[in-house]
Design a protein around this ligand. Structure first.
Ligand code: SF4
Length: 148
């Protein structure tokens, strides 16, 4: 859910690795540093296509849930349940966006959430559907902040 842009919007590329990463991935650069937006073009159904060359931020990233499993604070069964819950919530939100026919510019789910919050704040009298949508997004974010 990080590589596919659900919980993470972009990946930073450090100055020392910019050249190496540019050989395997399209990135934006400025002053020697770089970044790329999620969903990552190197994510396929089996995982990361450039696993051995992936950026440092990817290699070091551990969500709270993974840390919690590694520290034996959460068992793997409960962790998988949390992942499934997050996936269901994401699906619900996507269906809500579709049913309300809201046009969004972002490719990633993460930035769609930012766009929706921004649109919501500009409404003086938001409908119940909008309130419910934002409520679901906040619930998913809470799930991520607790577990990712
Ligand atoms: S480079 Fe690999 S690990 Fe990093 S975001 Fe892309 S798919 Fe994920």
């Amino acid at each position: 859910m990080c590589c596919n842009g659900t919980s993470v919007g972009f990946v930073k590329v450090e100055r020392f690795e910019t050249e190496k990463i540019q050989n395997v991935l399209d990135i934006e650069t400025e002053n020697g540093k770089g970044f790329f937006l999620q969903p990552c073009s190197k994510l396929n159904s089996c995982g990361c296509e450039i696993y051995n060359e992936r950026p440092k931020q990817c290699a070091n990233f551990q969500c709270n849930l993974l840390r919690s499993v590694r520290e034996n604070k959460t068992n793997i069964h409960d962790a998988l349940q949390i992942v499934e819950k997050a996936k269901r919530k994401k699906q619900t939100i996507e269906e809500m966006i579709q049913s309300q026919q809201i046009n969004l510019n972002s490719n990633s789910f993460y930035f769609k959430g930012c766009e929706l919050r921004s649109k919501y704040k500009k409404q003086s009298n938001p409908s119940t559907k909008w309130k419910n949508l934002i409520d679901e997004i906040e619930k998913l974010n809470n799930l991520f902040s607790e577990n990712t």
